[in-house]
Ligand binder design. Sequence first.
Ligand SMILES: [Zn+2]
Length: 123
Amino acid sequence: MSTTNHSCGTTTPGHPSPDELAERRQRRLEQILRRRERLACIAVERMSHDLPDSHDYVLEQLQLEQSIQHCWPEVYDRLLDTWVMEDVSRMHTSDRPLPGCGICIATTAVGRISARPPWETAA
Ligand SMILES: [Zn+2]
């Protein structure tokens, strides 16, 4: 019969060890932090361009941050100030575009496209 003695570090097959659980938890945290970063970038970009769905992204970002606060309170406390500073630093307007903003890049590229054929604009 297979038994478990977790206090000495052995495990029953199919049951993760404390180290494995800690590693999974760390991977999950890193995954959530990457998702939070992507969401924050999208939310700020969309807010900066006054897009109507920006609030949806902000709400999703806040919900994710609440999950982090609940499951990893020490991480939340350590990163909250940085998040706020980064989000504020990304705010911009259309007339003051932010390098790296996908919407600025797209609208600038569209603005450079001429509807007139090149032989008409050369004169
Ligand atoms: Zn932009």
